[in-house]
Design a protein around this ligand. Structure first.
Ligand code: ADP
Ligand code: MG
Ligand code: ZN
Length: 619
């Protein structure tokens, strides 16, 4: 059970207890009152001589009251009367008729004590306080005393520049990300320099990456480095039951930020508000749209060099509303990936700074065995190790503590990250090396920017990323063929080295097929089928300007021919790609080896693999 759920549960229990208490209080006075007993029955009892004495208690709100009858058999009956005077007359009448000696007593009007009078108000007040506390609690903010009437106020937390001790030194790895942000820090420190020369500093920076990779940490470090206040709020804080609250919170947040500029506003989990508009399921998405609109309005509203930098974090950039990524909004995107071996070792170093280690704890070794762990997982691992040491009354951590913590963290964690088995890493290493080598050697594709075997948040086991391609006006046949070869390279490398092949190439195969098919049906690049558009999924286009009866529906034979051509293209690409990889099998091994060591290699390191070896020239 997470913290929030616990808090909500406790709130509900409190309210429940309160309701019970109120019910009890209301009931309390009536406990022995017989609701069924009426004045008619009283008359009966009088006639039958059952009554010994009558005591009438007048209520504050005359004329009502309560009667306490003591019967002959000593039992006591209490019942309500609506009018004491009417009752008194009834008694007089009855006692005259019966000539009995039933005693009659009547109290003065009961004046409730001040406390009793206040009771309903007190109960109301307590209830109100509890409800307010509950609402404030659910919003998870330490709003302080002013929380009561501030439903519209932003729930942002501000860390002032004096309190923020986080710097880039606290962020391990993420070297390039820090470099990118260096510029923002400099801008916040001396905006004048940039204003003078007319430079436009981004207003919004989107940090994209899996949970626990240090996005929040990085944002906070930027504020810490620049010595500016840091406002943080979570996207889910904006999403409220009440329409309009989110939007007004956004307004408050930015107003507050403007008062404190230069500063950083950090919106965590921005996907909670900035989801594609119109894609909400059921209720509540009106509110979200309003909130998002307000956010866009605010971001458009302040000028570029006002000194507010909005940073936001998400692990799902694909579900964000494209409007948020437009220039002048979040136009800078920094992806924060899971750390590689070296990064993990550095993170471990940071989180063991104040934890003495015994000699048998080898951080490098721990880093090696935690592929797929994010920074937060490593922090958790070392924390658990320290707890284990403390349990044993030890002042330092030994290897056994780490091993124990490893099991605990590895199994207990809800996170997606997990330890990747060695064999899987090996398959991925060869697979990605296959792609990378072809990227490098083939014309018109590449160069390779990064090769990685660190699992991505999106479920891929690794990736090979080419540099963003230059805007080729013409995509040529040769480039398309090479694209296909690169796509097939992963599977080919697996086939060459492993005894078995993995299912991990399905996306590659789909991609290759799509390109080959487009060549045939769309671009007229198959001599056999000629310069004819055979596309079927875009019917309208196909029919425009064509004779009726021409290619209305693909004939069975045509369809078969297309498939044959697609297969021929892929087969030929396969053969060529395989030849290239076989000629460079040494590099394939070396590249895979390097990947297994470092998990991620950059362009320079990748290209150096080719220099060391005499590369077999392409024919
Ligand atoms: P995110 O916001 O990406 O989910 P956080 O910034 O909240 O991740 O990270 C959670 C914790 O994990 C941090 O407070 C820090 O202790 C640890 N951590 C994550 N990444 C790093 C890193 N690169 N260097 C040092 N510590 C890290
Ligand atoms: Mg975070
Ligand atoms: Zn692949």
């Amino acid at each position: 059970m997470n913290k929030n759920m616990k808090r909500t549960l406790i709130s509900y229990l409190l309210v429940f207890a309160l309701i019970l208490g109120v019910l009890y209080l209301i009931q309390g006075g009536n406990q022995n009152v017989n609701q069924q007993y009426t004045e008619t029955q009283f008359a009966e009892d009088m006639k039958n001589g059952n009554v010994r004495s009558v005591y009438v208690q007048q209520n504050a709100e005359v004329p009502t009251g309560t009667v306490e009858l003591t019967m002959k058999d000593r039992s006591v009956v209490r019942f309500y009367i609506t009018d004491v005077n009417v009752f008194k007359e009834l008694y007089n009448e009855l006692s005259e008729k019966q000539k009995t000696d039933v005693s009659f007593e009547m109290s003065d009007v009961v004046r409730p004590s001040t406390l009793e009078k206040m009771m309903p108000y007190l109960i109301g007040l307590v209830a109100l306080v509890v409800v307010v506390m509950m609402i404030a609690g659910m919003q998870g903010a330490g709003g302080g005393g002013g929380a009561m009437m501030n439903f519209g106020k932003s729930k942002a937390k501000m860390t002032s520049e004096e309190d923020n001790k986080t710097t880039f030194n606290d962020v391990a790895g993420l070297r390039e990300e820090k470099e990118d942000l260096e510029e923002v820090v400099d801008f916040l420190k001396n905006p004048g320099k940039y204003v003078e020369i007319g430079a436009r500093i981004p207003k919004g920076i989107l940090l994209v990456g899996p949970p626990g990779t240090g996005k929040t940490l990085l944002a906070k470090a930027v504020a810490g480095e620049a010595h500016v206040p840091f406002f943080t709020i979570s996207g889910s804080d904006f999403v409220e039951m009440f329409v309009g609250v989110g939007a007004s919170r956004v307004r408050d947040l930015f107003a507050e930020a403007k008062r404190n500029a230069p500063c950083i506003v950090f919106i965590d989990e921005i996907d909670a508000v900035a989801r594609r508009r119109g894609s909400g399921l059921g209720g509540g998405h009106d509110e979200r749209e309003q909130t998002l609109n307000q956010m866009l309005v605010e971001m458009d509203g302040f000028s570029v060099n006002e000194g507010i930098i909005v940073m936001a974090a998400t692990n799902r950039v694909d579900i964000l509303d494209p409007a948020i990524l437009r220039p002048g909004r979040f136009d800078r995107k920094i992806s924060v990936e899971r750390p590689d071996v070296k990064g993990r070792e550095d993170i471990l170093k940071i989180h063991t700074k104040n934890k003495p280690l015994s000699d048998d704890v080898d951080l490098h070794e721990i880093a090696r065995t935690t592929s797929g762990f994010a920074g937060a997982d490593l922090e958790n691992l070392m924390n658990e190790s320290a707890i284990s040491a403390a349990k044993d009354e030890r002042k330092y951590i030994i290897k056994e503590d780490v091993d124990k913590a490893f099991i605990k963290v590895g199994i207990g964690t809800e996170r997606k990250s997990r330890v990747v088995p060695k064999e899987d890493l090996r398959i991925t290493a060869y697979h990605e090396s296959g792609h990378a080598i072809l990227f490098h050697l083939l014309e018109g594709v590449g160069p390779v920017y990064t090769v990685s075997i660190i699992p991505t948040g999106q479920g891929a086991a690794g990736y090979t990323m080419p540099l963003p391609e230059n805007d080729n006006v013409h995509v040529t046949k040769g480039k398309m063929l090479n694209d296909i070869k690169v796509s097939l390279g992963g599977r080919i490398a697996e086939e060459m080295i492993m005894d078995d092949i993995s299912a991990g190439a399905s996306q590659d195969i789909k991609q290759a097929t799509a390109v080959a098919r487009a060549m045939v049906v769309k671009y007229g690049m198959s001599p056999k089928l000629g310069l004819i558009n055979y596309e079927t999924d875009n019917e309208e286009e196909t029919f425009v300007g064509r004779d009726i009866g021409h290619h209305r529906v693909l004939g069975e034979k045509t369809a078969a021919n297309i498939d044959k051509e697609v297969k021929r293209i892929i087969d030929e690409c396969y053969a060529e790609a395989r030849l290239i990889l076989e000629q460079n099998v040494d590099i394939l091994h070396k590249c895979a080896q390097r990947l297994l060591e470092k998990e991620r290699i950059d362009r320079a390191e990748f290209e150096s693999l080719f220099e060391e070896e005499s590369v077999v020239p392409l024919v």
